[in-house]
Design a protein around this ligand. Structure first.
Ligand SMILES: NC(=O)c1ccc[n+]([C@@H]2O[C@H](COP(=O)([O-])OP(=O)(O)OC[C@H]3O[C@@H](n4cnc5c(N)ncnc54)[C@H](O)[C@@H]3O)[C@@H](O)[C@H]2O)c1
Length: 257
């Protein structure tokens, strides 16, 4: 933990912090001096992330939290108030990925779960974070959306809809709560080299690069979780103090053509 970091003194919750992009954001925030609450439906993953932060000299707590449950969201925010003394940054990063299939064949339950976690989960966490942030003088909310909130992908209508919805949820928070000195922005990744991405290609990272990273991105590769974390640090920090209701598109040119 850096006492002079860009997030020194800030208190942050990262949802979906147990793996992938969320874990990288938690580690980067801690490296910049923030104290963290790592929330995830996967308690083991959240605990591992908190341990990694601690091993690097930072401060992190872990919390088992299904963001789609109002009671769990309230409990997580109450823990931040109690254990961290308040909240400056919320990262709504948790996501549910349904099996890919055309909308005309999609199980109704998969549509509902996608909306419950990806969109309503971000609402619930924000709903209970905003009063806490407002009492502390403001804050920054970051919603991890996707390039697929901007353009559709085959077999992913539910996911794309949930991410497009996040873009507007974020704008709604921005206009409602600028008066409370709360900023709200989205961060939209392109294809990122995570375990989940590799699993789509049979666990073969090289195949994921060859079949998705190289052809689909102007920059000719998938992104790295650290590149997403760098964007999140910017949005969390006072460096982005004149940015709200906006999207930070970190997609390697995926949507550029
Ligand atoms: N990896 C990519 O290529 C990519 C691209 C665009 C956007 N994204 C977005 O980035 C974010 C992180 O994705 P990732 O690739 O790191 O995936 P990931 O599967 O590694 O991480 C998602 C995390 O969310 C947690 N989670 C799932 N449901 C939850 C719930 N109900 N409550 C709390 N936690 C829950 C999981 O346990 C997991 O730890 C997601 O919002 C995803 O949509 C990823």
């Amino acid at each position: 933990m850096s006492p002079a970091g860009r997030l020194a003194g800030k208190r942050a919750i990262v949802t979906g912090a147990g793996s992938g992009i969320g874990r990288a954001i938690a580690l980067a925030f801690a490296d910049e001096g923030a104290a963290l609450l790592c929330a995830d439906i996967d308690e083991v993953g959240a605990t591992e992330t908190a341990a990694l932060v601690a091993a690097a000299g930072g401060r992190a707590l872990a919390e088992a939290c299904d963001v789609s449950e109002a009671a769990a969201a309230r409990r997580t925010l109450a823990k931040a108030e109690r254990e961290l003394g308040g909240l400056d940054v919320l990262v709504n990063n948790a996501a549910f990925f349904a099996t890919r299939m055309p909308l005309g064949e999609l199980d109704e339950a998969l549509w509902m779960r996608t909306m419950d976690v990806n969109l309503s989960g971000a609402f619930l966490m924000s709903r209970h974070a905003i009063p806490l942030m407002a009492r502390g003088g403001g804050g920054s909310i970051i919603h991890v959306a996707s390039a697929h909130g901007h353009v559709a992908n085959f077999g992913q209508a539910a996911y794309c809809t949930s991410k497009g919805g996040l873009l507007m949820l974020s704008k709604g928070i921005a206009v409602d709560h600028a008066k409370d000195r709360i900023r709200s922005n989205t961060l939209s990744p392109g294809g990122i080299a995570t375990q989940g991405m590799a699993e789509l290609y049979g666990g073969d990272w090289q195949r994921a690069e060859k079949e998705w990273g190289a052809p689909m991105h102007v920059l000719g590769r998938n992104g790295r979780v650290e590149e997403m974390a760098a964007g999140a640090v910017f949005l969390a920090s006072d460096e982005s103090s004149f940015m709200t209701g906006a999207d930070l598109l970190l997609d390697g040119g995926y949507t550029a053509r």
